[in-house]
Design a protein around this ligand. Structure first.
Ligand SMILES: [Zn+2]
Length: 486
């Protein structure tokens, strides 16, 4: 593939519909999506200069897995693109980014319902997870990738066990993922070494679709000295860190009682706010945490993943998105695992973010968290939270349909009755679109879903192999991964 489409390191690609440096429209194009409407950034609006808008009747050209051009149809007569997707009547959006999940937890979907967090961990999830084999995780991850890709989620951040199995599922399915092997202090140094070995070995895998992170589980299962050791490894090996922290207000209170510091202050003391960090949940983030997070965000180091649908289900309150935005911290959207969220539907997360922020996070302000703001969280901020927003970096950039970004695209079919008529595309996307409305999906320039059919994973075969394993998987009498103590 010609390597002419990567902008020089340290530069930002131009916003909005524009030609990339490909030598002109059409030339050397591997994939062309013709005549679609596209969600583009750089048109101002609710989120300032990077705000989102929609460009009608555009072609989207892909060269070498990267978006090379988004703009009016060019002369197509001389160009012979590798593949054409008819985009007429379809809305192209950047592939959705699930900023925090445990893909293989689809295995426990519906197996830990209507319980408090202590029961959820100690009597359901951690006993069941002690049964997991590597093959179980691979089957679960394949099923999860299928669910996500069919709904237009092209990237996910996964934090789990047996991560080589998840990496294989990513390779096979064609998805993009940032993967981290979870570690507890009870694993000792071996847990840290396993996570580091995995991160170094798999970094850049699946043709660059796999990026990796270090994944200490949480400040309540990993001691402060061990968190500091992870921060040192992150610095030494230029790896981000992905962990759970301040998942609930109870955890923040318990942390203050135990250590004299909030979870964010513990992360700061351990040096984790000086390295690229992704904090999952943060519903227990409090006022004194904000200056620390603001300082890290100023250096582009910290993002928070919010899974509001799961919080409603577990009565966890919600991430203080308004305060975090005030502090300049990007907040990405997530589902968490399907055992807590029910499914991996990010469209629902978009809508629930809007509803919850207006009613809870915005303290009863219906003018806060507009549909365009939600879409900014789902695109630009989600990419920033995963440290996948810099087109000049080795990790690459997603979350925008703009030259220099990886060609990850979901094409939404707007013809269904529940989507018509359309007066405001942003509102249609946030409040009416469902996973089943996604017609085609492209990851890294490759069509993986065409006409709502996944081309990469044989889902019936996965389910057939999985079914006989479920009884052993859901036993709760064979030990427990950890004991939850906030
Ligand atoms: Zn989680």
């Amino acid at each position: 593939m010609p390597g002419v489409d990567q902008p020089p390191p340290g530069t930002s690609p131009p916003d909005g519909p524009t030609d990339g440096p490909t030598g002109g429209p059409g030339q050397g194009v591997d994939l062309r999506i013709e005549g679609c409407t596209a969600l583009v950034h750089g048109l101002g609006g609710d989120e300032g200069p990077g705000g989102i808008g929609f460009a009608e009747g555009v072609d989207l050209e892909v060269v070498g897995g990267l978006i090379a051009r988004v703009g009016p149809p060019a002369d197509r007569s001389g160009a012979v693109p590798g593949e054409v997707v008819d985009g007429r009547g379809l809305l192209a959006v950047p592939g959705l980014v699930n900023c925090h999940t445990h893909a293989a937890m689809v295995l426990f979907r519906g197996a830990a319902e209507d319980v408090d967090v202590h029961t959820w961990f100690n009597e359901r999830i951690w006993p069941m997870e002690s049964n997991l084999t590597e093959r179980d995780v691979e089957l679960g991850a394949l099923l999860a990738c299928a669910e996500m890709l069919l709904g237009g989620t092209t990237t996910f951040a996964d934090h789990y066990f047996h991560m080589d199995a998840v990496a294989r599922a990513v390779e096979v399915s064609g998805a993009r993922a940032d993967l981290g092997w979870a570690a507890f202090s009870t694993d000792g140094e071996a847990g840290r070494e396993r996570g580091l070995d995995f991160a170094l070995r798999r970094r850049g895998g699946a043709g660059g679709r796999i990026t990796t992170s270090l994944a200490p589980h949480a400040p309540y299962t990993v001691t402060e000295p061990d968190l500091a050791a992870f921060a040192a490894l992150a610095r030494e090996h230029e790896l981000p860190v992905h962990l759970h922290a301040a998942e609930t207000a109870e955890q923040t209170r318990a942390s203050v009682a135990r250590t004299g510091a909030t979870p964010m202050q513990v992360l700061d003391r351990a040096g984790l706010l000086d390295v690229p960090l992704l904090v999952a949940h943060g519903t227990g983030i409090v006022e004194p945490d904000l200056p620390l997070l603001a300082r890290a965000a100023e250096r582009g180091l910290v993002g928070v993943a919010s899974s509001p649908r799961f919080y409603l289900k577990a009565a966890h309150g919600t991430t203080p998105v308004r305060a975090l935005r005030g502090a300049g911290v990007p907040v990405g959207l997530a589902t968490d695992g399907a055992a807590s969220n029910g499914d991996l539907d990010l469209w629902a997360s978009l809508e629930v973010t809007s509803l919850v922020q207006k009613s809870l996070g915005g303290e009863g302000d219906p003018t806060w968290m507009t549909s365009r703001q939600v879409l900014h969280h789902a695109t630009t901020q989600s990419a920033q939270a995963l440290h996948l927003a810099d087109a000049g970096s080795a990790r690459g950039a997603v979350g925008r349909l703009a030259p220099g970004h990886r060609a990850d695209v979901a094409l939404v079919d707007l013809s269904a009755p529940h989507l018509q008529p359309v007066h405001d595309l942003a509102a249609t996307l946030v409040h009416a679109t469902r996973p089943g409305d996604v017609r085609h999906v492209v990851v890294d320039g490759r069509v993986v879903v065409r006409d709502r059919r996944l081309l990469t994973v044989d889902v019936p075969a996965v389910l057939e192999e999985l079914r006989p394993r479920l009884a052993a998987l859901t036993r709760r009498d064979a030990g427990r991964v950890q004991t939850y103590q906030p």
